[in-house]
Ligand binder design. Structure first.
Ligand code: MG
Ligand code: NI
Length: 475
């Protein structure tokens, strides 16, 4: 029996698509596995020559899945570039929209994208291991999950003017205030959202107890962790400094977002268009880090809302206060963040400034350069613009959430392939676990490659002699 190569294409239940190649050895175990991201449309180049204040609209079109994240990061880069600090009410309103995005994105990921594996099992029949199978297995929970997602979507629509691509944030603030009626309509559904998340948290805790063996051998590895933080090291999704902690949990750096290039650099591999960011001082690959829910909860010492903070304490106990390294715990961390976002909506709505009409600062102090950073649902999103005196963009640098996690996802794919994939008869459930390794990070490959629309992922199994043994393509 010669060794083989497996291809999974497309990797299902992720946002966008990629390709995975698994190289087999003569003894039918895995030699190496790669995740390739192959499509690239040069969105950064495409933006050059445009006006900086158009960027909240233009970059919202990078991705149909994360338009709000790009919209807000672009507005923040514009604030810095034009020297227009938004009035406090504008920041509250932007953060409120951001919470809407976090709730709908995290809610959908847990219940609809990860749900089939968690609730039906990695080895369940692929014919029914999907959202339809989930509805059949638990119709009541599915309805609640849809309502949770709708809670987030309605916030975005209320602020963004009921459009798919929001026209809301602009450099210096926002262009629409919130009415009392709108605020009260948002708050009406908050309790139901919290109740659904409590069910979700119970599901993941029960699941973790039953699947501890998998959790502890499924892509568990040390990295640094990177993300925004509050002044006292709390969880922060909209603003603040960046904090980087090491494998042992100790702080390595804390810096204003504008200085990110002093601390991180991007490594390039010939087999992927997606770059690999790392912490400069430690070099590549020692300086790789993770972002997104697991990264943020590892670097947050507390959460400023009570229910999520209680859950954070339980989460921190998983590894006795040290960083939680298990890839499958991304799902758990995602739910805790979603709970925070729902609680945060109430905090923001209770702030008297949220109904203020002082929402735009039009006085410019033009700098010509600006960096805007937010914690998108998937992780840290960086927009960096340089413009001439007329406001025309000379240079645009974007580092998307999925990019920061590129090394971790690639490593997770290889780790899971080596742990679970065995020849000569490679089972579907084995390959589903490889996909699940990617899925845990909730990558947005549309964003990462700056490609418009969806790209398929494929999984190839390759023999030691380089010949293609099997290709898996599904959609
Ligand atoms: Mg870039
Ligand atoms: Ni995206």
């Amino acid at each position: 029996m010669t060794a083989r190569k497996i291809t999974i294409e497309p990797v299902t239940r992720i946002e966008g698509h990629a390709k995975v190649t698994i190289h087999m050895k003569e003894d039918n175990t895995v030699d190496r596995a790669y995740m390739h991201v192959n499509e690239f449309r040069g969105f950064e180049k495409f933006c050059e020559g445009r006006l900086y204040f158009e960027m909240p609209q233009i970059t919202a079109r990078i991705c149909g899945i994360c338009p709000v994240s790009h919209h807000l990061a672009a507005a923040k880069a514009g604030d810095a570039l034009s020297g227009q600090t938004p009035p406090r009410p504008a920041n509250l309103l932007r953060e409120l929209m951001h919470m809407g995005q976090v709730i709908q994105s995290h809610g959908m990921h847990f219940f609809e994208l990860a749900g089939p594996d968690l609730l039906l099992g990695f080895d369940a029949n692929p014919e029914t291991r999907n959202i339809i199978g989930l509805i059949n297995a638990n119709p009541d929970l599915t309805v609640k999950a849809v309502q949770l997602r709708k809670f987030g979507q309605e916030i975005i629509k209320t602020l963004g003017g009921r459009r798919i691509h929001p026209v809301f944030a602009i450099p210096g603030g926002v262009n629409k205030a919130l009415t009392l009626q709108e605020r009260d309509d948002i708050l009406k559904n908050s309790d139901a959202a919290i109740a659904t998340l409590r069910i979700g948290l119970q599901i993941i805790k029960d699941w973790a107890q039953k699947n501890m063996e998998d959790i502890n051998k499924f892509a568990v590895f040390p990295t640094g962790y990177f993300g925004l933080t509050t002044p006292d090291n709390g969880l922060e999704l909209y603003d603040g400094d960046i904090r980087l902690i090491g494998r042992d949990g100790a702080q390595l750096e804390r810096f204003p977002v504008a200085n990110y290039l002093d601390h991180i650099q991007e490594h390039v591999e010939p087999w992927s268009y997606l770059k690999f960011p790392f912490y400069k001082k430690m070099g590549y690959p020692d300086g790789v880090y993770r972002v997104g829910p697991l990264g943020r909860l590892n670097l947050a010492e507390k959460i400023d809302t009570p229910l999520a903070n209680d859950e954070l304490k339980i989460f921190k106990s998983l590894n006795k206060g040290k960083p939680v390294e298990n890839t499958l715990y991304y799902h758990y961390a995602r739910l805790i963040e979603c709970l925070f976002a729902v609680e945060r909506v109430s905090v923001l709505c209770a702030d008297p400034d949220i109904l203020s009409t002082d929402i735009l600062n039009t006085r410019k102090d033009f700098k010509g350069h600006g960096v805007g950073v937010i914690e998108a649902p998937r992780g840290t999103l960086i927009h960096d613009y340089t413009a001439d005196e007329g406001g025309k963009l000379l240079k645009v640098n974007l580092i998307v959430s999925t990019g920061h996690n590129n090394w971790a996802m690639s490593n997770a794919v290889e780790s899971v392939a080596k742990t679970y994939v065995m020849g000569p008869n490679v089972q579907e459930g084995m390959l589903n676990r490889v996909e699940a390794a990617i899925r845990a990070y909730d990558p947005c490959l549309s964003c990462s490659t700056h490609a418009v629309g969806q790209m398929p992922i494929q999984l190839d199994i390759v023999a030691p002699d380089g010949s293609l043994v099997k290709t898996l393509t599904r959609d």
